[in-house]
Every structure is written in C-alpha cells, then in structure tokens.
Design a protein around this ligand. Structure first.
Ligand SMILES: [Zn+2]
Length: 328
C-alpha cells in the first residue's frame, strides 16, 4: 500500500513537471515569435501615403501657389540642403522609397505615391509642405518620378513666367514615358538678382536634382517665347544649346518635322540665337555627361491650347523614340 501511494505521488510530480516543461517551452516559443515579429515590423519600411488625381491639375495648383515676380518668396538652399534635395531625387529615381522618405522628412517635404487617374500610371511625387493659407516658403520645386520610365528627364525651369510650360511638361512627361518631371518652385524673377532663375543661377535645389539625375539620354526643357515675336518665328524653336546642333538634336528636329510640327532648329549664326538657351546651365551639364539637351521654345498660342500641347507632346515622343532607335 505504502509503495503504491509513493508511486502515485511520484507520478503526480511527474505530470506536474511535464506540464511545467511544456508550458515554459510554449512561453519561450511565443516570446521568440513575438520578438522576431516586432523586429521585422520595426525593420519594415513605413508605407508612404497614396494620393489619386490628375497630375496636370495637381501641378497647376502647385504653380498657382508659387512665389511670384519680385515677391522675395524664394530661399536659396544651403549647400547641404541642395545636396539633400539631389539625394532625394536620386533615391526616388532608383525607387529606394525608404531612403527617399528620410531625405524628404529632413527637408520638410511631402513624399507620396501618386496614382495618375487619366493615364492609370503610378508615380512618386515629392513636394514642399505648404500651409493652405500661404505660399511655399522656400520655392525649391517639385519632383515627379516614374521609377519604370525611360531615360528622359523633363524639366520646367520657368513656371509662371513661361506661361503654361508646366502643363507642356506634364504632357511631355506622360507621352514620352520619361522617368522624371522636375518643376522649379518659384518665378525666375522672384528676386531682382535672379537667384531663383534655376536655368542660370548657381546653387539651386532644381539644379542639384538635375545634376544628381544625370546621366540621361535626353533632357527636355520646355520654355515659352513672347507673342509679339511670333510673326518671324515658327511655333517651336529647338536648340541643343550649342552650334552646330549635335546629331541627336538634329535627329529630333527631323522627327518633329516629319510629324508635321512647325519647327525651326538653332544651328549656329544669328537665326534663333535669342531663343537657343546657349547659357543654360542644365544644358552645359547634360552635354558634359554625354546626353542630349533639348531646349524647346514654344509660341504662346501652342502653350495656351490644350489640344495643341498634347499634339506637340505626341510629336516629340515619336521624334525621341526615332532618334533613340537611330542611335542604337
Ligand atoms: Zn524659359
């Protein structure tokens, strides 16, 4: 009897330690799984907000809020800020969104994934945080990236002043399937000393982004010329920024002509020299990096008309595609 009782006691103890063993094993397992999950959660890049809209409307709103002529509403970035703006553009271009998010946060910029409803395409947009009641304080500009886009940059250096060129830029960006649309953030004459003229002034955020995105096969810059000059000029004046016109620029010119565009080419001499963009600093750096710079001056009637803007963008897209094929 005694033996039996002892035996019973031992088997109770055995059952208890058996339960404790499994209980602690389960607890340890739960702890490991939770810690791993927490670690993964912390490592995981935070998703960036998603917006839906029509890119041309979004860009038009941004342009409407920009610092105007003589407003002084543009701040020259420090060298470090300009470099960070370049790094932001570069990280967006390589689709490193977590990295881009860190640069955007450091610069007080908003980074969003942007679903462009009219084209059904998804872009990444970085824009200055702006209070709805006031102008952007720095006027550095907006970056739109299609990470899967072609080796083409579309740059709008003179929004507001070159009327409707941001709308031309959006159309050209969409039609050519370019990888980047860069729009300056202030009127070129926000200051009398022209520090916000990003096509000529040193140390702008716009130029830092442009430099960081090079090399590119084509850099397209739409500009606008004044209506009283239009009598002697075609609707489109194309220039590579140098004379003679580089072969790729000549190829794009022939492509535009074949598409039926009313286009002239700067090829040295005085003809179109005033519209040739020969002092444009993005032109100089693009050529130096081995790409073709396309300085495109557009008459006001073309810029003002939505259908004409689209037609021009389609013609340019087809001319670029042909010039690229000819190169290969
Ligand atoms: Zn211009």
């Amino acid at each position: 009897m005694e033996q039996l009782e002892t035996g019973n006691g031992d088997s109770k103890k055995g059952a208890l330690s058996y339960t404790l063993f499994w209980l602690s094993a389960v607890l340890i397992l739960v702890a490991i799984v939770s810690l791993t999950a927490f670690g993964l959660w912390r490592e995981r890049p935070k998703p960036i907000p998603v917006e839906r809209g029509d890119l041309s409307g979004t860009i038009a709103d941004i342009v409407d809020a920009m610092p105007g002529r003589g407003s002084g509403g543009y701040q020259r970035p420090s060298l470090e800020e300009a470099a960070e703006f370049g790094a932001l553009a570069s990280a967006m271009r390589t689709d490193e969104l977590e990295k881009a998010g860190r640069f955007a946060a450091a610069l007080d910029y908003t980074l969003v994934r942007y679903d462009d409803v009219p084209t059904g395409r998804s872009f990444v947009v970085a824009r200055e945080e702006a209070d709805a009641t006031r102008e952007p304080e720095r006027g550095w500009g907006t970056i739109v990236v299609d990470p899967g886009g072609d080796d083409v940059l579309v740059e709008v250096p003179h929004p507001v002043f070159d009327i409707k060129t941001p709308m031309v830029g959006v159309e050209v960006f969409r039609e050519t399937g370019a990888s980047v649309l860069l729009v300056a953030g202030a009127h070129r004459y926000s200051w009398d000393d022209k520090r916000s003229d990003v096509a000529h002034a040193p140390q702008t955020a716009f130029d830092a982004a442009h430099e960081a995105l090079l090399p590119a096969r084509f850099v397209v810059q739409p500009h606008g010329f004044h209506s009283d000059e239009e009598d002697q000029y075609p609707e489109v004046v194309l220039s590579g920024g140098v004379a003679p016109a580089p072969p790729e620029v000549q190829a794009v010119y022939r492509g535009l002509e074949d598409e039926g565009a009313d286009v002239g080419l700067f090829d040295g001499g005085s003809r179109f020299e005033d519209l040739a963009g020969t002092t444009n600093i993005q032109g100089a750096s693009t050529r130096k990096s081995g790409g073709a710079f396309l300085h495109v001056e557009l008459a006001q009637n073309l810029r003002d008309d939505e259908a004409e803007r689209s037609e021009f963008a389609r013609a340019l897209a087809s001319a670029l595609a042909r010039a690229s094929r000819a190169e290969e």
